[in-house]
Write a protein that binds this ligand. Structure first.
Ligand code: ZN
Ligand code: ZN
Ligand code: FE
Length: 333
């Protein structure tokens, strides 16, 4: 019997996803379950979306026991999906063809729309973990989508602060960031629909954010042109990261979109990349002060750090051109 539940964290006001029976999931060097011809994937595809065989959430969840009086438990209802971005076993978003990356973006939008029709789903969270240091169990290029029965704390916080900003100053916080930063020194790249910046408020060493110029809430609202330009800025961002050091850089990429139930006109969709390398041979850990208190420390001026990224951007754009892809936008100088 396996159990899927969400437990209320009464001190933090958020939910913990608890799933028993996931301990048996495959760990690394087994035969790749995502390569073409594997039972899960079959043949004849370029990008596909599948149900995760070892989901943290279930559409038929069972609760293990009554909660203690100070907490609460609910069924761990939800879906966990895997999006495989290429039939090739090796690679990253900068080596996969533009056609595939554009289709990948389209699938994330379609899944957002599909999953949001489920009355039990309140939030759709697409993310991509890359690299063993991030804890990736399968090397084959892939992303994940969690369809959650609650709105995650970080998103609640962003909603709160976007609406506070709107009340205090009118307009949208991220729209204002876009118009100020697109002329600023923390800008790395921009195309017609998106900008890539090292944010003023960066927390992880080379954390970068992608902000759409248009004020919108969900991936499913992107136009066909915007989807292509998002694919462009994703390829460019990842090529920049992979040109920073002499190795392919581990990262987390997360899509922050609005909750899918209710209306959140003040929210502005965006994508965040977190990287853990301070230098080629030094890692940044979310340790005592960061994880224990949610207070990040940054050991260089972000305005200096961005110079390393600008150099990597030049190299990254060159590498994309060498692979036959012409970026649609421009780096900042
Ligand atoms: Zn594979
Ligand atoms: Zn906005
Ligand atoms: Fe965010």
């Amino acid at each position: 019997m396996s159990f899927n539940e969400i437990r209320w964290h009464p001190l933090l006001g958020t939910w913990v996803i608890v799933a028993s029976g996931r301990a048996t999931r495959p760990w690394r060097d087994v035969k790749c379950p995502f390569c073409p011809g594997a039972p899960e994937t079959g043949e004849g595809w370029d990008v596909i979306s599948l149900d995760n065989r070892y989901p943290s959430l279930s559409t038929t969840p069972v609760i293990s026991a009554e909660p203690p009086s100070f907490s609460e438990v609910k069924p761990g209802y939800g879906r966990c999906k895997v999006v495989i971005e290429t039939p090739d076993h090796e690679g990253d978003l900068d080596t996969i063809s533009f056609k595939n990356v554009a289709k990948y973006v389209e699938i994330l939008g379609k899944e957002t729309e599909e999953l949001s029709k489920d009355p039990g789903i309140k939030y759709v969270a697409p993310f991509r973990n890359k690299g063993e240091l991030i804890g990736v169990s399968i090397h084959h290029p892939h992303s994940q989508i969690y369809a959650l029965p609650f709105v995650p704390l970080k998103i609640e916080r962003e909603l709160d602060y976007m609406s506070r900003y709107n009340k205090a100053r009118g307009g949208c916080l991220i729209c204002d960031v876009v118009s100020e930063e697109e002329r600023g020194r923390r800008l790395l790249y921009s195309n017609r629909d998106f900008i890539l910046i090292l944010p003023y408020y960066v927390q992880w060493p080379h954390e970068c954010h992608i902000y759409p110029r248009r004020h919108l809430q969900l991936l499913s609202e992107l136009t066909a042109d915007e989807r292509e330009n998002l694919a462009d800025v994703l390829m460019v961002s990842v090529s920049m990261y992979n040109s920073l050091f002499s190795f392919s850089l581990p990262y987390m990429m997360v899509v922050h979109q609005a909750p899918v139930k209710g209306s959140y006109p003040e929210y502005h969709l965006h994508i965040e990349f977190y990287t853990i390398h301070r230098y080629a041979d030094k890692l940044k850990y979310a340790a005592g002060i960061e994880w224990g208190y949610w207070a990040f420390t940054y050991d260089e001026l972000p305005e200096n750090r961005v110079l390393e990224l600008k150099e990597a951007m030049q190299k990254g754009l060159r590498r994309l051109r060498e692979r036959g892809y012409s970026p649609r936008g421009n780096p900042s100088l």
